[in-house]
Design a protein around this ligand. Structure first.
Ligand code: HEM
Length: 369
């Protein structure tokens, strides 16, 4: 999505953020599963931008089913499959991984079919400033007679699935880890809140135009992506020719994984690498950006296959985090620190959900009602 398109759908992001603040506000003082709230928000922001819809209220059961199915699908994708080692066994699907994955994909595709059907009945759908939403653009590509540029309905569903999953899970897990690290490091949390109070104040809500001025929060997000990169091995890469790199021969068509998780924790590049220290990004902002031009920090990959969603990811992560921290203080049950146990499915996420008690920063959170 172009910058113009991204800005055009800001209203959708804003609406979802207000919705989550209202939701959490209703639970002040009680234990909540913050991970679930963050997932709900990132999912709804994504689908809002794609087709102007969201799943709230009674429909949130459907959202939770989506989350469960997606988790199962991720687990299946991450499971060791003997057919990958012995392709001759593939037709037998000995562990049933392929058939279970296909069942999940059918469920996702049926879900998208109902969204498309609804769109067909309603016409063009909500307008974002002067541009059409993403689903409308895909449907128009489907109508084109030219075989070279036209896309099939199956391709539309596959694109929707990869964007919903690629956006929701990566941004969700980044926000969850950032909140976890801040709750483990009260001094860093205090610095974020001081910055928010200085730049946003208590009479305004966080808006996207504030984000470029939140330099400490940006450093927090970078430090989170350094220690907890959502895609720790990036995507598999495959050279089209045999090449020699640093004296090692890499045969054509081999599967190559870059262990960015290990590189970003390597003492050769990082002092005290296991320490959560956002300050390290304040001094070298020019060098350590998301462009993948520094091979000690590249959570979005690099070069030709670099993530295409960097700008949108930055906006979602910063906006949600800034809002959660501007509106509420967060207490932990029995004063315990949240743990940092990881689980690797399609993304590297927190093994246990973040369970916390929201406390209103009164004047701030009222601005969002
Ligand atoms: C914090 C959030 C995100 C992280 C950490 C992340 C990370 C990555 C990584 C590591 C890759 C593979 C790069 C490589 O192997 O060299 C990738 C690819 C991709 N990402 Fe993201 N991503 C994020 C958010 C998003 C969002 C919001 C979108 C939605 C538009 C998106 C869409 C994609 C697509 C389409 C690709 C495949 C690009 C290609 O193969 O050419 N990502 N991402």
């Amino acid at each position: 999505m172009s910058n113009k398109g991204l800005n055009a759908c800001y209203e959708f992001r804003r609406r979802e953020i207000r919705h989550v603040v209202k939701n959490i506000h209703g639970k002040i003082g009680s234990l909540i599963n913050l991970s679930e709230q963050i997932f709900l928000t990132t999912f709804n922001i994504t689908v809002n931008m794609l087709w102007g819809g969201s799943l709230n209220g009674e429909e949130s059961n459907l959202l939770l089913e989506f989350k469960d199915r997606f988790e199962e699908f991720s687990r299946l994708m991450a499971e060791l499959n003997v057919s990958d080692m012995f392709p001759v066994l593939r037709p037998f699907d000995l562990q049933g991984i392929e058939s279970k994955a296909k069942k999940n994909i059918s469920w996702f595709y049926e879900f998208f079919e109902s969204v498309i059907e609804q769109r067909r009945k309603l016409g063009e759908g909500p307008k974002m400033a002067d541009s059409k939403d993403f689903l409308q653009q895909l449907l128009e590509l489907n109508q084109i007679g030219d075989v070279k540029t036209s896309i099939s309905m199956k391709e539309i569903k596959a694109i929707l699935l990869s964007i919903v999953t690629g956006t929701t899970d990566t941004t969700f897990t980044t926000i969850e880890w950032a909140m976890t690290e801040l709750l483990r490091h009260p001094d860093k949390l205090r610095r974020v809140v001081e910055e928010l109070d200085a730049i946003i104040g208590d009479q305004n809500i966080v808006e996207e135009f504030h984000l470029p001025r939140l330099l400490y929060l940006e450093a927090v997000v970078k430090e989170t992506l350094r220690i907890h990169p959502p895609a720790p091995l990036l995507m598999p890469h495959m050279p089209s020719e045999t090449i020699v790199v640093a004296g090692y021969t890499i045969p054509k068509n081999s599967n190559i994984f870059f262990n960015v998780w290990a590189i970003q924790r390597d003492t050769q590049f990082w002092e005290d690498p296991l320490q959560f220290e956002p300050e390290r990004f304040l001094n070298v902002i020019e060098k350590r950006n998301y462009k993948g031009n520094s091979f000690d920090f590249f959570p979005f990959g690099s070069e030709r296959r670099i993530c295409v969603g960097i700008s949108i990811a930055e906006k979602i992560v910063m906006l949600v985090l800034a809002t959660l921290l501007h509106c509420f203080e967060w207490e932990l049950p029995n004063g315990q620190k949240p743990d940092v146990k990881e689980k690797l499915l399609l993304v590297l996420s927190k093994a246990e959900p973040l369970i916390v008690v929201p406390v209103a920063r009164s004047s701030n959170s009222m601005q969002y009602q």
